[in-house]
Design a protein around this ligand. Sequence first.
Ligand code: ZN
Length: 116
Amino acid sequence: MRGLEQVIISVDELEALRLSDYLGLNQEDVAQEMNVSRPTVTRMLAKAHKAIAEALVYGKAIKIEGGDYQVAQPRFICQQCQYTWDDATEAAATTRTCPKCHGSAIQRFWRGRAGL
Ligand SMILES: [Zn+2]
């Protein structure tokens, strides 16, 4: 790849691409899955499609870069009250109790990845 001109796709654009073009989810579902608005998904896909087209047409390399979307997002569920929460939003990585009922039967799972 050295010496080739590059187009850049961010990891969140790549994830949108994976969910939409590769797995065939509609934009509504992609938005939900990625926890962003639907216009954001539309924008990301348009940008990714253009970058890929440019790479194909002009023989450029595609570079995946940065982005602030966490591809695999760990979540937690309380087995006592079924409350679920994000690792990121409530800093649950170190939390051993449920933020809602303070129960300690916490299970970690990966959001929405089972069938994907
Ligand atoms: Zn609970």
